[in-house]
Design a protein around this ligand. Structure first.
Ligand code: SAH
Length: 259
């Protein structure tokens, strides 16, 4: 769903106060946002454009904008550890996700990666072994992309290590502890030329995955990590930020070749 024009009831918005604190809320007719700096009525924001500054009852000012996928993922309720925005961008390109791509995804966790791939136009078949995470992932997708996005999100409570139902998938995208267990299933489920991508926090997992590729029809395997360093820019004080998210996970991808 593309949300444009003036803000409407039912959509999430991001409030940013003078101290750059960020709050993610869902606009509701008659709703109120309460904080230690007073109350802000949702009706004041509904029907207004993005980027407008509103004032709470105690005089605190808030800028109101629609959340980007980054804002949303960092602020939404999470069950499992999400894939960070810096990696989501790289995954979309390395797995070469395109509109209409038939993608198998597992596990679903908090649904951050699902949301990014659905928005890029993927049609996802997703397996998750925990029913609470399955529900959280679906909520995440529904809240950010709207109800119709669920039509492209077929999820099941299933163990990806036991097999993948269906064939002719364009992509297999994994964020689970032992992706090598899925390699033989992905060989059957992917079409030739299809891409397998796994996100793993530890380099030991990377080695084990590459070993599994050795005994398979997967080739062209590569592993990368994404380093993303912010900069502080203020007049003549221009330098890298003191802090950064130094490590999240490794991205390993390979392609299914002919036997
Ligand atoms: N990529 C997700 C986070 C996934 S966390 C996001 O961006 O939000 C890893 C998930 O894999 C957890 O929810 C866990 O329950 C699930 N999982 C672990 N082993 C699995 C398996 N064998 N089959 C399916 N899901 C599995």
């Amino acid at each position: 769903m593309t949300r444009q024009g003036n803000l409407q009831a039912g959509e999430p918005v991001l409030l940013i106060d003078r101290k750059k604190r960020r709050y993610l809320i869902d606009l509701k007719a008659g709703g109120e946002f309460h904080s230690h700096s007073g109350v802000l009525a949702h009706d004041e924001m509904i029907g207004q454009p993005e980027g407008v500054t509103h004032r709470s009852t105690r005089g605190m000012v808030f800028i109101v904008v629609r959340p980007t996928i980054t804002d949303y993922i960092l602020k939404m309720p999470r069950g499992a550890q999400v894939v960070y925005p810096k990696d989501l961008g790289a995954i979309l390109i390395q797995a070469d996700i395109f509109p209409g791509a038939k993608v198998f995804e597992s596990g679903l966790g908090s649904g951050a990666l699902s949301t990014a791939m659905l928005r890029a136009g993927a049609n996802i078949t997703g397996y998750e072994i925990r029913d609470d995470f399955l529900e959280i992932a679906r909520q995440t997708v529904r809240r950010f992309l709207g109800e119709p996005a669920l039509d492209s999100y077929q999820t099941s409570l299933r163990d990806a290590y036991q097999g993948i139902e269906g064939e002719d998938f364009d992509r297999v995208v994994l964020d689970l502890p032992e992706p090598w267990q899925v390699v033989p299933h992905a060989e059957k489920a992917l079409r030739r030329g299809g891409i397998f991508l796994a996100y793993t926090p530890s380099i030991i997992q990377v080695s084990q995955l590459h070993e599994a590729f050795e005994d398979s029809c997967f080739g062209m395997a590569e592993t990368v990590e994404v380093l993303h360093r912010g900069w502080y820019v203020n007049g003549t004080a221009v330098r890298p930020d003191h802090r950064m998210v130094a490590h999240t996970g490794f991205l390993t991808h390979a392609r299914l070749l002919a036997e």
